[in-house]
Design a protein around this ligand. Structure first.
Ligand code: FMN
Length: 194
């Protein structure tokens, strides 16, 4: 009888080990790796980038959050002379023209996403006008909009107020500005905050 009890106990211990009723540390590691690998089918990173800085941050956010990624492609690409802000360049003219709505080349399907990470560079303290074209063209009502930007030094808050004023029906979070050399921790913190 004693032997039977002993054998049953042994079997139980073996079962726990095999089925992974592991330590706290093990399950913590498991949940961390799940977080990183998780494919988040409800979210998309939607971004405009004229010279690649925002694009690189967008790709890192998409890969770490498991989101899809879609670029907002201008019909007329911005050449370097269009971005020379010390001159009367195209970007400056657009930013100074309240009616400017640069056309978007690609068609963008946001219908299946609840969360949209919206990325752009800061131009003269705010979002490039193509972001307004985006908001005019597609219905973002009810979606969780999480803005992010890159810039030389300007923060994101001016552009966020402008976007909220532009369409007060939208749910636009405070978002975050990234420098070109943002660390993985910066990206992770941003994703985990929302
Ligand atoms: C027309 C124009 C205006 C800009 N205005 C600002 C600004 O107000 N504040 C700032 O910190 N950076 C400003 N920048 C710098 C860009 O925000 C920065 O280089 C950004 O990272 C570029 O992103 P991209 O490579 O994705 O286009 C401006 C750049 C351009 C072309």
């Amino acid at each position: 009888m004693k032997k039977k009890i002993l054998l049953s106990l042994l079997a139980l211990v073996t079962l726990f080990t095999i089925t992974g009723c592991g330590t706290k540390e093990e399950s913590k590691n498991k949940s961390n790796s799940n977080k990183e690998a998780k494919k988040n089918s409800n979210s998309v990173v939607l971004y405009f980038s004229a010279t690649g800085t925002t694009k690189s941050i967008a790709e890192r956010i998409a890969s770490k959050s498991g989101s899809d990624i879609i670029e907002i492609i201008p019909k007329e690409k911005y050449k370097s002379e269009d971005l020379n802000y010390n001159s009367d360049c195209r970007a400056n003219r657009e930013q100074n023209d309240s009616k400017a709505r640069p056309e978007i080349e690609n068609s963008i399907d946001i219908s299946k996403y609840d969360t949209v990470y919206l990325g752009y560079p800061i131009w003269w303290g705010t979002n490039p006008k193509i972001i307004l074209t985006l908001l005019d063209t597609y219905d973002f009502t009810g979606k969780n909009i999480i803005p992010f930007c890159t810039s030389g030094s300007t923060g994101i808050s001016g552009s966020v107020s402008d976007l909220r004023n532009y369409n007060s029906n939208l749910n636009i979070k405070d978002g975050k500005r990234f420098s070109a050399d943002a660390s993985d921790d910066d990206i992770n913190e941003f994703i985990n905050n929302y």
